[in-house]
Design a protein around this ligand. Structure first.
Ligand code: AVJ
Length: 326
C-alpha cells in the first residue's frame, strides 16, 4: 500500500485514555532526561507480570505485608470506629482488604478506588458473594486524583487503606501532598492504614528488583511493548535492557530501561533518538524508616498511632489530626 493510500484509510478512534497516555509518553520521551510514569506498567499484561513479581522468592514486600496484616488484623480492627467505611486506594485486588474485613466485622461499606475498571467490578462481585452484608461500592478512577466518595457513605466514618508501598512511587513531597488530600477526603478523626517498604541492606533491595528469573525485567520492558501495542510505536525490545539500582542518598530504587545502542524510535509521528547507554527512568520506589515515614505523616496532618513491622516492611496506623475540611 502506498503511504497516500494508508493516510486515506479511516483509522478507528483511539480507545478512551489513549490521548492522555500518548501525551504522557511524548512529553516523557522528549524531556532532557527521558522518563515514563510507572502507573502505565499496569495494563493486562503488566498486571499479570506484577502478580508474578509478588510471588518471586526475592520480592519480599507482598509476603511481608500479608503476614503483618494476618498477624495484626485484630489490633488494626480495634482502631476502627464502629460502622465505618473502608476506602482503599489503588489496591488492584481486595486480597489484603479481606484480611482487615475478616477482623473488623462492623465495617459497613468497602470502597476500592482503581483505574482498572473490569478487574474492579469482577473483584467486587466475588466480594459481594463472600460478604453479602457488606456494601461494595467500587470507584473506577485514578486514586491519585481522589474522586468524590459515594453519597451513601457521606455520614459514615472512614478508614483509609493504602497497601503495597505504592506510596513509595511518589516523590516524598508528592507523598506528603497525597496524605494531606487523602485526609480531606477521609475526614476529621479518620484512621489511615498504609503499607510502607523499609530502608534495608542494599543487597536485599537489589535482589528484589533484579530477580533471577527476569520477571521484573519483563515487567519493565512491557512498558515499551505497551507503547508499541497502543500507540503504534516501533520500539525494538531487544535493544533495551532492564536496570534497577539502589540510590542510598535518596533511599530509593530506580528502575530504568537502557538503550543498548544508538537508535531512533517512531511514536505518534515523532522520532525519538537514543544514545548508546541512554536510559528511560521508569520508576522510583522510595524506602522509608519507621521514623522518617512517621515524620512525613505528621507533617501532612496525620498523627502516628502504631507501626507494625517485621524489620523489612511496615504497616502504619495514622489518625487524622488536621482540622481543615473539604
Ligand atoms: C507496586 C510500586 C510497590 O515499587 O516495589 C515491583 C512495583 N516495581 N517491582 C514496588 C514494582 C518493580 C512496586 N510497587
Amino acid at each position: 500500500m502506498t503511504s497516500a493510500a494508508k493516510t486515506a484509510l479511516r483509522l478507528p478512534a483511539p480507545p478512551a485514555g489513549t490521548d492522555a497516555f500518548a501525551a504522557d509518553v511524548i512529553s516523557g520521551l522528549t524531556a532532557k532526561r527521558k522518563r515514563l510514569p510507572p502507573k502505565y506498567f499496569y495494563d493486562a499484561a503488566g498486571s499479570v507480570l506484577f502478580e508474578r513479581i509478588t510471588r518471586l522468592p526475592e520480592y519480599y514486600p507482598t509476603r511481608c505485608e500479608l503476614a503483618l496484616l494476618g498477624q495484626h488484623a485484630p489490633a488494626m480492627a480495634s482502631l476502627f470506629p464502629p460502622a465505618c467505611a473502608l476506602i482503599e486506594f489503588g489496591g488492584g485486588s481486595s486480597r489484603k482488604a479481606r484480611i482487615l474485613l475478616g477482623a473488623a466485622a462492623t465495617v459497613e461499606a468497602y470502597v476500592p478506588i482503581d483505574i482498572s475498571g473490569d478487574f474492579l467490578q469482577q473483584d467486587a462481585a466475588l466480594l459481594r458473594r463472600d460478604l453479602p452484608r457488606l456494601a461494595v461500592q467500587p470507584i473506577v478512577g485514578d486514586f491519585t486524583r481522589l474522586p468524590d466518595l459515594p453519597p451513601a457513605i457521606a455520614a459514615v466514618p472512614r478508614v483509609g487503606f493504602f497497601p503495597g508501598s505504592t506510596i513509595g512511587n511518589f516523590e516524598p513531597d508528592d507523598a506528603a501532598e497525597f496524605l494531606r488530600r487523602a485526609g480531606l477526603l477521609l475526614g476529621a478523626g479518620s484512621l489511615f492504614l498504609i503499607g510502607v517498604d523499609l530502608v534495608k541492606a542494599p543487597e536485599i533491595l537489589h535482589r528484589a528488583y533484579n530477580d533471577a528469573e527476569g520477571v521484573t525485567a519483563k515487567f519493565n520492558l512491557n512498558l515499551l511493548a505497551r507503547i508499541n501495542r497502543e500507540l503504534g510505536a516501533d520500539f525494538d525490545l531487544a535493544a533495551f535492557e532492564h536496570q534497577a539500582l539502589y540510590d542510598g542518598e535518596c533511599s530509593r530504587i530506580e528502575m530504568h530501561l537502557v538503550s543498548t545502542k544508538r537508535q531512533k524510535v517512531g511514536i505518534c509521528g515523532e522520532r525519538i533518538e537514543f544514545r548508546a547507554g541512554e536510559t528511560i527512568h521508569t520508576e522510583n520506589s522510595y524506602k522509608y524508616s519507621i521514623e522518617s515515614f512517621q515524620a512525613l505523616a505528621q507533617a501532612s496532618g496525620w498523627s502516628p498511632l502504631t507501626a507494625w513491622t517485621d524489620g523489612l516492611f511496615s504497616v502504619h496506623a495514622l489518625r487524622r489530626t488536621a482540622t481543615d475540611e473539604r
